[in-house]
Design a protein around this ligand. Structure first.
Ligand code: MG
Length: 173
């Protein structure tokens, strides 16, 4: 029986993102629109959680960050769903012969309460990344009223990704 992990090694990547609150935009986190008087500012849908996850995945496979792949100066990405960006990131992993194993993440927000929406976010991420629900972690915490998150100026997100990649040094490195 062939082992699909033969010749593959596990690697990991880290991602961080932050977006500021702005009036007049919906709040989208993990692909879910969350009831909120304000949304996040950004060129795309400003889904800070998806962006942190995208950077974690890209970092794991030795790629440059999300801003390089989907520049905020490109009108093609104006208002784009960040779930679509994540779908494209998972394509990059497949094109490199990699296999995404696991995602973990934390949302850091003082308000609104995001906990009740986490199951729906995990569902979206599972679909777009092709992972079982059990391999997608999303935690939510506040910043204990300290700093820019504590003053409700914006939302931050952290993520890590684990990926199996071919055990070879890519030629461009
Ligand atoms: Mg971002």
């Amino acid at each position: 029986m062939s082992n699909p992990s033969a010749g593959m090694i596990p690697v990991s990547g880290i991602g961080y993102d932050v977006h500021r609150f702005i009036e007049g935009r919906p709040l989208i986190l993990g692909g879910v629109e969350i009831p909120s008087p304000r949304g996040l500012d950004g060129h795309s849908d400003a889904d800070v959680l998806c962006h942190a996850i995208a950077d974690a995945i890209l970092g794991a496979v030795g790629e440059l960050d999300i801003g390089h792949h989907f520049p905020n100066t490109d009108p093609a990405y104006r208002g784009i769903s960040s779930l679509e960006l994540l779908r494209r990131v998972s394509e990059i992993v497949r094109n490199r012969g990699g296999r995404l194993l696991h995602i973990d993440s934390s949302l850091i927000a003082e308000a609104p309460k995001v906990g009740p929406h986490v199951p729906a976010m995990r569902q979206h991420l599972a679909e777009v990344l092709g992972l079982p629900l059990a391999r997608i972690g999303i935690k939510a915490t506040t910043n204990e009223r300290m700093g820019f998150v504590g003053r409700e100026e914006g939302i931050a997100a952290l993520a890590v990704a684990s990926v199996l990649v071919p055990d070879e040094v890519p030629s461009e490195m």
